[in-house]
Design a protein around this ligand. Structure first.
Ligand code: ZN
Length: 278
């Protein structure tokens, strides 16, 4: 019955149900629940097992992809009495290095992730994954392993944030460009697109990590080259042909999708006909 329902919608259903059940339970406390699965984002995984006061609403942001975490009554994750009067642990499914296994709720996400190093590196990327697992780097003194929360924060700053920022600047630049006939809008748009170029290296390594997670269908997707193409067109219109060549070359070198093979020679011909060089 749940087959065709996307993970995020299913999580919302669980979330609403969980909040109602918590209201009806004695303590009303809620606990963050994230699937123990390689497709779960680090930030969502880091809230797994965190206790929230009664009435808490799920407001944190989820990245990347669908949100599959939800709030659930604490009481419903603790051992329960069965009809024979014995305490029974409640279980959930985990999907780690060796496929699916059944784990009691009392096993925290952090412990599960440390026991599944390959999955940890899928979720956090190789570098942050190694730091989380406490791997020593030859020639350097050993460092204490990162906690899951620290690893998730580092992942957010190094992987997610540059990609979010790049996409935000790109969208803002495109929106401002549409208003380019109004005073100040064109230069504001240029500023946003130039911000994308400044972020290029960080954004690329972010996209690369996300691509490795299999969340994106590929790293070099044509729309992501859009701010470069737009900026090249603006520069060309302004007669800044050498700058336009430079922007296209940056995008091409980065492997960003676009018609750079056609655009660069065309711009270079224009440049040489004007007596300049790129
Ligand atoms: Zn989530």
């Amino acid at each position: 019955m749940f087959g065709p329902v996307p993970g995020s919608e299913l999580a919302e259903i669980f979330n609403e149900l969980g909040c109602e059940l918590a209201n009806a339970s004695a303590s009303g406390e809620l606990v963050g629940m994230a699937p123990l699965d390689p497709s779960t984002g680090p930030l969502c995984l880091a809230i797994d097992g965190e206790i929230f006061p009664p009435g808490t609403e799920k407001t944190w942001s989820h990245y990347p992809g669908d949100c599959c975490c939800y709030l659930w009554p604490v009481a419903w994750t603790r051992p329960m009495l069965n009809p024979e009067g014995r305490l029974v642990e409640l279980n959930r499914l985990a999907n780690g290095d060796n496929g699916e296994e059944v784990l009691p709720y009392s096993v925290p996400a952090e412990k599960w992730l440390r026991a599944n190093p390959r999955t940890a590196k899928v979720i956090l990327g190789d570098d942050i994954g190694n730091e989380f697992l406490g791997k020593t780097i030859p020639g350097l003194p050993p460092l204490p392993p990162l906690t899951l929360k620290m690893a998730a924060e580092r992942w957010d700053a190094l992987v997610a944030e540059p990609v979010r920022k790049y996409e935000q600047l790109s969208a803002e630049g495109a929106a401002l460009y549409k208003l380019r006939d109004d005073p100040g809008m064109l230069s504001a748009s240029i500023e946003k697109f130039e911000g994308c170029i400044e972020l290029l290296d960080f954004a690329i390594s972010g996209y690369r990590e996300l691509g490795k997670r299999g969340i994106l269908d590929g790293i070099w997707h044509p729309p992501w080259g859009a701010p470069f193409k737009q900026l090249a067109i603006i520069y060309e219109k302004q007669g800044r042909i050498a700058d336009a060549v430079w922007v296209c070359a940056c995008a091409q070198k980065a492997g960003w999708g676009g018609d750079w093979d056609r655009r660069i020679p065309k711009l270079k011909r224009k440049l040489s006909s004007l007596g300049g060089s790129a």
